[in-house]
Design a protein around this ligand. Structure first.
Ligand code: 5RP
Length: 231
């Protein structure tokens, strides 16, 4: 997903993203998420850096790395990362227990690695992403290209109704050279069990359920206000 210029400002996403940026402190190493909401966070962090804030950052996708670099944010290689203090990322769905579906932008694997290495994860989203039950948004599952037909069959056995994601008339390929199977559940009654079942399939690299990772969810509203929900 390339960051084209967001011509029309999404006030809700921007409000959530800018509130998240207030949690950044000098000297922190910050994880930069991926997506149209994370875009506003990166833009705000860029402003703060140009105003003198000293931080380091790691990015969850090439797009976010490029955007951050263009904004003057120092990106460090993972070999130099001792710890990530704060990760700020978007979500496709979130419930009140701060369980998430992520990966709509195809960056779920790197996003999960960064989230898991972070002391705090702040999730930023607009109101429509807050749901009673996860699953309406198709759950992205990253699978390796080798024998992907077999992996899709195993996903079918888990009633996932998987569809390989496409970009134009080609299969979408992640930053890691893998494919994404979007799994159509509609309702995910037991995210914890499904998470384990999916990752148990050889060929599945990671799935887009993020459980027990987010500490704070910031929901931006169309009037420019926000609501914070803590785990
Ligand atoms: C990318 C993601 C994004 O965080 C998620 O898709 C939300 O994106 P947006 O902020 O554009 O709605 O998981 O892999």
């Amino acid at each position: 997903m390339a960051y084209i210029c967001y011509m029309q400002v999404n006030i809700a996403k921007k409000a959530a993203a800018e509130q998240a940026a207030t949690y950044i402190r000098p000297g922190m190493t910050v994880g930069l998420g991926t997506g149209s909401t994370a875009y506003y966070a990166i833009m705000r962090i860029g402003e703060m850096v140009r105003e003198g804030l000293q931080i380091k950052a790691v990015a969850t996708s090439r797009e976010s790395e490029d955007l951050a670099g263009a904004q003057g944010i120092t990106i460090i290689p993972f070999s130099e990362v001792e710890k990530i203090d704060l990760d700020i990322d978007g979500a496709d769905e979130a419930d009140m227990q701060l369980r998430l579906i992520k990966g709509g932008g195809g960056a779920l694997l790197r996003e999960k690695i960064v989230a898991a290495a972070s002391e705090q994860m702040i999730v930023i989203a607009e109101e429509a992403k807050l749901v009673q039950q996860l699953g309406k948004f198709p759950l992205p599952v990253e699978i390796i290209p080798f024998a992907y037909e077999l992996t899709l069959r195993r996903l079918q056995q888990l009633h996932a109704a998987p569809a390989l994601r496409k970009k134009g008339d080609q299969y979408f390929v992640t930053d890691n050279g893998n494919l994404i199977a979007d799994c159509h559940y509609e309702h995910i009654a037991d995210p914890e069990t499904l998470h384990a079942q999916l990752n148990d399939i050889p060929g599945v690299v990671e799935n887009g359920l993020f459980i027990g990772m987010a500490h704070l969810l910031i929901i931006g509203k169309e009037d420019g206000t926000f609501r914070e929900i803590r785990r």
